[in-house]
Design a protein around this ligand. Structure first.
Ligand code: ADP
Ligand code: ADP
Length: 228
């Protein structure tokens, strides 16, 4: 069940000015791929990820994902779709400040179908010894690992990552990429990653380049490598 985006348009109205965040975006993403989305700031990367994940609506076109056509779903159905199928990872982690690491991960558990239990997931992301810490007690990399654990415990088919390493130093960023690669390889999850880092493209099966709300190029990579 691939992701199929067909002729999607999304326009924001800013006063008199229409901002074409997506002009005519089409692409197909086969299952079990790692896909990176590259492009300058403002080119529509976040908008593309958000419409695929059902966070944002769109004006025209069609998005088929997980057996649904998103344009046919009402708000309630969209929420259900997101809860069942999508894990989001953001640049700023979006952990709940008043909850510990373990409690934050619990938030993702409600519809869990993960083969891993809490302890295994904490071990996998290297956060077992930090499970009782609060977000403010953690480094950026640790917070991102907790956020990935929260997404993993739900076991979503699609992991959508908006600049997951954007706030991290290079080594910590590589750590996070290894973890995403692991999720892709071990659980066969489809992973979409928005990034400014060209290097991340080397670990992807597919690299998408955007410009001014359009997908201008898609490269397939037969031999993705591990991030060093
Ligand atoms: P990118 O992720 O590539 O930086 P975005 O998808 O965030 O690009 O934005 C694409 C365009 O849409 C930009 O011109 C941006 O300013 C505009 N945009 C994004 N979100 C909104 C919004 N909520 N309201 C108005 N304009 C927006
Ligand atoms: P990025 O470059 O990381 O994609 P942006 O700075 O484009 O981030 O956008 C950050 C957030 O602000 C997004 O949620 C986007 O929808 C919103 N946003 C971006 N541009 C605008 C805008 N012109 N008006 C209102 N919201 C915007």
């Amino acid at each position: 069940m691939a992701i199929k985006v067909s002729n999607v348009q999304k326009t924001y109205q800013s006063g008199e000015v229409a901002i074409h965040a997506l002009r005519n975006a089409s692409l197909t993403i086969p299952d079990r791929e790692i896909v990176t989305i590259l492009g300058p700031s403002g080119s529509g990367k976040s908008t593309l990820l958000n419409v695929i994940g059902g966070i944002d609506g769109f004006d025209k076109g069609s998005i088929e994902i997980a057996g649904s056509k998103l344009e046919e779903l009402n708000n309630h159905q969209l929420t259900e779709f997101r809860r069942k199928h999508i894990g989001f990872i953001f640049q700023q982690y979006n952990l709940i400040p008043a909850l510990t690491v373990e409690e934050n991960i619990e938030v993702g558990k409600e519809l869990s179908t993960s083969p891993l239990d809490m302890k295994e997931i904490l071990e996998k992301v290297g956060m077992l010894d930090k499970k009782d810490k609060f977000p403010y007690q953690l480094s950026g990399g640790e917070q991102q690992r907790a956020a990935i654990a929260r997404a993993l415990i739900k076991n979503p088919e699609f992991l959508l990552c908006d600049e997951p390493t954007g706030a991290l130093d290079e080594d910590t960023g590589k750590n996070i990429l290894h973890l995403l690669k692991f999720v892709n390889q071990t659980f066969g999850r489809t992973v979409l990653i928005i990034t400014h880092n060209q290097g991340i493209g080397e670990m992807a099966h597919r690299v998408i380049r955007m410009k001014s709300g359009e997908i201008i190029e898609t490269d397939e990579n037969e031999t993705p490598i591990d991030p060093e």
